[in-house]
Design a protein around this ligand. Sequence first.
Ligand code: GLN
Length: 557
Amino acid sequence: MPKYIFVTGGVVSSVGKGIATAAIGRILKSRGISVAIQKLDPYLNVDPGTMSPYQHGEVFVTGDGTETDLDLGHYERFLDADLTGNSSVTTGQIYQAVLAKERRGDYLGGTIQPIPHVTNEIKGRIRAISQASGADVVIVEVGGTVGDIEGQPFLEAIRQMRKEEGRNDTLSVHVTLLPYIGATGELKTKPTQHSVRELRSMGIQPDVIICRSDYPVAEDLKAKIALFCDVERRSVISLLTMSSIYEVPLVLEKEGLGDSILKLLDIKSGERDLNDWQQLVERLQHPSGQVTVALVGKYVELHDAYLSVKEALDHAGVHHNVAIDIRWIQSEQLESGDLSLLSGVHGIVVPGGFGERGVEGMIETARLARAQGVPYLGLCLGMQVMVIEVARAVLGAEANSTEFAAGTPHPVISLLSEQEGIEDKGGTMRLGYYPCNLVPGSRVHDVYGVDEIEERHRHRYEFNNAYRDVLEKAGLVGSGISPDGQLIEICEIAGHPFMVGSQFHPEFRSRPLRPHPLFREFISAAMAFGAGEGVGEKLAGATASSDVSEAVAGGGS
Ligand code: GLN
């Protein structure tokens, strides 16, 4: 019999419910329990693929090519497992399915209503992931905050499932915030009490309350929450703000959450083994140096837009025992050609993106990296930028991608042929896993150490084969090619310490205990670069400030 854990959030959004959910998964997995995780997102978009990163942060892509919420990235990283589209459910998908059934006549003349038709569809999705995964425990996170109008059908579906599956087989975990009042120096429980009342008004009594706070939660406060919210004292779990998200499973475990869950769900399990995770956190907490990486993108005001890139850099940092200091640079600011914002960095990442804004600044960045031997990792758009930069040096300033200049005389990046004629924007990119052969003797062949890889994609444009020869002669090597020989999936600059661009997104496959090879070697190259002569002086037009010199010094150690 599968067991279900339903995670809801209260008080405010962004309290780390996704990370708490992922951490619960890790805790159970560490006891030998198999886990699947599903996110229920109450918005009406069918998937977040059509949303701006400013609205929703990164769009995470699963191997089967589903565009999903960034929390799925946390789930994959904490569980060290590949998820599928089954893990991502939105109100848009639910309504789409219900309305399609209605049009087909599946409801046999009935009146279609939120209860039971919408709630049945939701329950069907939850049970489907349980069946497909065969997991012992399915953890279901409901997006948003309890009390949101749009979340109500999901809470009602959960209420029904609690009844249908039985109380021993379902568990409700509510994640709330204890705000700190500076004037009196105390944490407040009232918003948590109200949030639990709201949840109960939907017919759901929480079994476990996870209280996020910036300060330690005293015993009497936990007792008070237990009393007012009618949960066991040991099921009031405090979760202090941590310096790293990877500490969360350890903290929750220390608070006794694992044992509480097992008891409440009546699960017998093997010995807990969180040793590898413990070591990970110790390495994170005690780096022996620092590497400064510039992330030159267009959505940098919102770090969540590049969440998996940030995490992948950290994983590589842990591997090399260095802290990664990301310098977030808005690429538009580099368009004047003044690149002093890059002064002192040890490596540059140009991540993915869509649309013209900021691309010229990225091209300036690639020019500097190629000329000065600065380690460079280009992710999707970052690879295309690399190609445009070399092309401009050989073919002239008008070389471009047709995404940014439809009439360019040198379309070195152009629309994938399979994309021609596609008008609908939703879910129509080249998405998910595709295989790629690595060219023997290339840098990436060496880095990966295998002949064939499989990586996750999300793009419409590609390297234009008509320019393969001319660009290859200029030192831009196609080192990862699709099995049919048609698509260049990886480019590298011959003779450069590390200048690699991938048409795919390697960041989606990086795991805390298994850093992605491209990120691992990029950081290795950045460390070597930082250990060399003054980085600041190497950068054209750069004026090294005092903190730059510090960063340089730190990176070399
Ligand atoms: N806009 C580019 C394309 O569609 C790059 C996409 C990306 O960086 N994910 O090909």
